[in-house]
Design a protein around this ligand. Structure first.
Ligand code: CMP
Length: 143
């Protein structure tokens, strides 16, 4: 079954939106198999956002993501990578449709509530950056 890495960013945690994000993915029918509240170190932030290292906003991005706790998660389900991206909405909240997480809760691209893997390769890389295999609990729903 496909897995993806999702993270409620510092703005989402500070605004009390962890439960809203989790509720949306649970209600949709995806399964949470790992989750933790944590501070991201500068080293982890630079690895996680490595593909953006030459962008002018890289310093701001690393500064923001390390500024306060994040809620890191692994979700499982059919087509969860692409579907989660749809549920999150466009990266820039000004382009995100109402009904999406960013469309409903964000206005600035630098504080857009949630991060989600954009491909199977990123999902595998990001899950492994944030979680050990023993942190993930795969289970069959039987109630
Ligand atoms: P995310 O999905 O976490 O991946 C990279 C992040 O960079 C993105 O969400 C945005 O929050 C952030 N980002 C993209 N463009 C800009 C920008 N112009 N200024 C600041 N942050 C940006």
């Amino acid at each position: 079954m496909e897995k993806t890495f999702l993270m409620v960013k510092p703005d989402g945690v500070q605004r009390g939106l962890i439960s809203e994000v989790v509720r949306r993915f649970e209600s949709k029918g995806f399964q949470l198999i790992g989750g933790k509240l944590m501070m991201i170190t500068k080293e982890l932030a630079e690895k996680h956002y490595g593909e953006h290292k030459d962008k002018p906003f890289f310093g701001e991005l690393v500064g923001f993501i390390t500024s306060a706790p994040v809620f890191a998660m692994v979700w499982e389900g059919e087509n969860v990578i692409a579907q989660a991206r749809q549920m999150m909405g466009a990266t820039n909240p000004k382009d995100a449709a109402p009904g999406t997480i960013r469309g409903d809760y964000a206005v600035q691209v630098s504080q857009n509530i949630i991060h989600g893997s954009d491909s199977p390769e990123s999902a595998e890389r990001e899950i492994n950056l944030f979680f050990n295999e023993s942190d993930l609990v795969e289970y069959k729903k039987d109630i």
